[in-house]
Design a protein around this ligand. Structure first.
Ligand SMILES: [Zn+2]
Length: 246
């Protein structure tokens, strides 16, 4: 239950952040527990935290690349994958607290060798990448080794996918795509066709959380029942089938 104190900005609530252990949350954009007061994590980061703890495979030593790193997720992935963890961003200089590798996802092939990484993690990144989305996702997936994983979140602003890679006034972008620097919006009606169908060599994994887990982490139940901007998608790349004896 969320207890909103009318006198205070922050509310003391019966929740626990799975990333930092804080039990104090603050409102964010009209959502009473939208932001963890301890680490700043929003709902999607808190859900990712549960998924990382419970569903990601053991380290193989190959890189696990985290795009647009959020500090609390970085801490968790570093604890799990050690030196194999790599942070990456289009503008690495904007991170004072972390060593970040430059990767431009509009051309993943230039940065990621095929089958060279164990996993990719990103949250609300793909709506920023000014390139053909199908090619971007296919190139990212090609970089993952068999047995590896791709864990991500995207925002949904519309029922149907739309994008515009041309110059547009910032205000138009905000109205069309939810934020001034977004080039696309994912649609709840055609996400399967536009995005999930690109994971041909993968199996979609369950998000292993119960209603109680979500409630404790102050993540809406809709995050696992519907397509929402808090939802997490986890895919595991199939390993090659053993050759049949002849
Ligand atoms: Zn937290």
């Amino acid at each position: 239950m969320v207890l909103n104190g009318p006198m205070s900005q922050e509310s003391v609530i019966e929740h626990l952040c799975p990333l930092c252990g804080s039990d104090t949350f603050a409102p964010y954009r009209g959502r009473p527990a939208g932001r963890c007061a301890g680490c700043g994590a929003h709902e999607r980061a808190r859900l990712l935290g549960l998924v990382i703890k419970r569903a990601l495979p053991e380290p193989t030593g190959a890189p696990v690349i985290h795009f647009a790193p959020e500090q609390a997720i970085t801490n968790l992935l570093q604890a799990r994958y050690g030196l194999a963890y790599q942070a990456a961003d289009f503008t690495p200089e904007s991170y004072a607290w972390l060593s970040v590798r430059k990767i431009d996802l509009s051309d993943p092939h230039a940065y990621l060798e095929p089958e060279s990484v164990q996993g990719l993690v990103h949250s609300h990144v793909l709506e920023h990448v000014p390139a053909d989305l199908t090619r971007v996702i296919q190139c990212m997936n090609a970089a993952i080794q068999p047995g590896g994983f791709h864990l991500f979140c995207v925002p949904f602003f519309t029922r149907f996918y739309r994008e515009d890679l041309n110059e547009l006034p910032l205000q138009v972008r905000e109205e069309m795509y939810g934020q001034f620097d977004h080039v696309r919006s994912f649609g709840t009606e055609d996400f399967e066709h536009r995005v999930l169908s690109l994971f041909k060599d993968f199996e979609r994994a369950d998000i292993p959380v119960s209603a109680d887990d979500l409630s404790q982490a102050a993540v809406p139940l809709q995050a696992v029942r519907k397509l929402t901007s808090h939802s997490a998608f986890l895919f595991r790349k199939r390993t090659a089938a053993a050759p049949t004896a002849s």
